[in-house]
Design a protein around this ligand. Structure first.
Ligand code: FES
Length: 83
């Protein structure tokens, strides 16, 4: 199980955290249902131009919904393959 943590602190929330979560949910449902958990988190202190997320223990900031498919393929899928 891979955990994707999306910051829903006020700055990230205003910058579209909800849309980022929806995009992750869509990809998970399409490609790997039930294998990825999405969690919300308080401010991760990387408030930048976009939303801060964590995939496993790796932090990515300034994430926009359009970035999600690339992150998913590059960082989520390999973790699932490794188990
Ligand atoms: S509100 Fe998300 S990193 Fe600060």
């Amino acid at each position: 199980m891979v955990t994707v943590t999306v910051c829903v602190g006020s700055s990230c929330f205003l910058r579209g955290a909800h849309a980022v979560i929806q995009e992750f949910e869509r990809l998970i449902a399409e490609q790997v249902p039930g294998q990825v958990e999405i969690k919300g988190s308080f401010c991760m202190e990387h408030c930048t131009d976009g939303v801060t997320i964590k995939i496993g223990d790796d932090i990515f900031s300034a994430v926009k919904p359009a970035d999600v498919p690339g992150l998913f393929e590059k960082y989520v899928m390999p973790k699932l393959v490794q188990g």
